[in-house]
Structure formats: C-alpha cells, structure tokens
Ligand binder design. Structure first.
Ligand SMILES: Nc1ncnc2c1ncn2[C@@H]1O[C@H](COP(=O)(O)OP(=O)(O)OP(=O)(O)O)[C@@H](O)[C@H]1O
Length: 258
C-alpha cells in the first residue's frame, strides 16, 4: 500500500501540495487528475524521491520512505514527465543504465528488453540517440526503462502523452494486467476518458488541494445526470462565479483596449 500522510510541498512561497492524505491499495489502478499546475507531478516526484515533501510522511508497504529510501526505490518503476537529462544517450545506453541501477541480471535484462522493445516497436531504434526521437518514441523509451526491472509499483507521469493508438492500447493492457496481478499502477492524466476507462480509484487535485478521493462510479453517483467532464469541471474548473461573470475573453476586444 502507498500512503501519503498530510503531505505538503512548498517551492519557496508557492504551495504546490497542501496537506494531502491518500491511501492506494494493491491491485488498484490509481489516477491523479487535475489541471496544469494542480500538483500531480509534485505528488509523483515526492513518491519517487526526486523531491522531498516540506511536511508529512510517505509510507510504502508499511515502510517509511525516508528511512528505507533505497529499498523502496527498487520496488518502483517511474516514467518522469520531462526526462531531459538522458537525451544524449542512445535508447540502449539508457536501458543499460537502468539495468545497472536496478541490478538486473544480464539474462533477465536481455529477455525483458526483447519483449518490451518488440511490443513497443523500438527494437530497430535502440542504437539511436534519444534526442533524435519523436516525442512518442521518447515516451516509449522511458516506459520501457520503467518496466525493465519488473517493478511492483508503476508510477507514470502522463504516460500516454505522444503515444500512437497502438502503443497507448498496449500500455493500457499492460497496466490492467499488472494491477490484476495485485500490484499498484499510479498515473497522472488530463484525459478524463482514459481515467474512466482504466481507474479503480482517482484523486482530483486543484492548486495542491485534494478535492476528491474515491471511485469514478461514486463520483458520478453523487452527481447524477452529469458527465464525468461536467462533474470534473464543476469541482476543479474555473470558479462558478467567474464563469457567470464571464472571463476577460468574453469582453469585446475594443472594451479591453485591443
Ligand atoms: N521546481 C519548482 N520550483 C517552483 N515551483 C514549482 C516547481 N515545480 C513545480 N512548481 C509549481 O508547483 C505547482 C504544481 O506543479 P506540478 O508540476 O506539480 O503540477 P502538475 O499538476 O503536474 O501540472 P501539469 O499538468 O501542467 O504537468 C505549479 O504552480 C508549479 O509552477
């Protein structure tokens, strides 16, 4: 189980996460949803130890993240949102780097790499530099890297971004199988249809605050006769009063002095 206990994160004066409490259970596909800047990547980076929460604790399988960081990190496969620092490596060099970091035996590395590169049509591109890849090919490279060590917990920051329909379908099937086997798959997305299709459990963040924690079914039951999009926008979208007042863009250009 993943547990966030009253986790807050401040970047200087900016409060990116505010007292967030969450429990994610084995067997769940968990979706983090929220507008740009809501705090999704901050929550994910805290879970994978890229950053340190300002307050609160993270527990994974009954162990405190701060006290057992290395052991916990080895359980986790992570797809970052913008993994710029590896762009000069070839795809194979990147996967090799992951294999060394996770101490994957050579035979296992070869077998899993063959399976994953075949599945994501990346076998013929492994000697190419990541910087030369399209956005989707980069994304596939980092997904393969995250799944290579066969980790128990998958933490994927907007993993479908840039993927073609085949790769997106294949990844969703892998996510379902991994959760069905009793593991946790946590991912962030802006695409509500993807969340509706996949998630057993979602959390909605707005400006660092947890607005909803539960199933999509419960959320829709609480908001009868509304689509998920309508319910989500009611919760996380622009304030109703602002909508009623109209935005700056509803004002004619001449009145805005343009
Ligand atoms: N390193 C940083 N320094 C300062 N502020 C940051 C930093 N990283 C994130 N923030 C701020 O924290 C808030 C949350 O950002 P975060 O990246 O977690 O949002 P997000 O929900 O992942 O957004 P998106 O959907 O656009 O990726 C934003 O206001 C962002 O500007």
């Amino acid at each position: 189980m993943i547990e966030l206990r009253n986790v807050s994160k401040e970047y200087g004066i900016k409060k990116a996460l505010k007292d967030v409490c969450l429990r994610i259970h084995p067997g769940e596909i968990f979706g983090l949803i929220g507008h740009n800047g809501a705090g999704k990547s901050t929550a994910i980076k805290s879970l994978v130890s890229v950053i340190e929460p300002t307050e609160g604790e993270i527990w994974i399988d009954g162990e405190n993240l701060v006290e057992n960081r290395l052991a916990i990190k080895k359980k986790i496969g992570y797809v970052p949102d913008s993994p710029d620092m590896f762009l000069r490596l070839t795809a194979f060099e990147y996967w090799n780097f992951i294999s060394v970091a996770y101490e994957i035996p050579e035979d296992e590395k070869r077998t899993r790499l063959r399976e994953l590169t075949d599945l994501f049509d990346m076998t013929e591109h492994q000697s190419e530099v990541i910087d030369s890849f399209s956005h989707g090919m980069r994304q596939k490279t980092f997904i393969i890297g995250a799944l290579l060590p066969n980790p128990e917990i998958w933490i994927l920051d907007e993993p479908m971004t840039g993927l073609d329909p085949q790769a997106s379908f294949d990844l969703k099937e892998l996510m379902k199988k991994h959760a069905e086997a009793g593991n946790i798959v946590l991912f962030s997305t802006h695409v509500l249809e993807v969340a509706q299709q996949l998630c057993d459990h979602i959390a909605i963040l707005k400006k660092g605050e947890l607005l909803y924690d539960g199933t999509i079914e419960e959320l829709l039951l609480e908001n009868k006769n509304e689509s998920l999009e309508e319910t989500y926008l009611k919760l996380a979208g622009r304030n109703r009063s602002k909508q009623q007042e109209g935005t700056a863009f509803d004002t004619p250009l001449e009145e805005r002095g343009v």
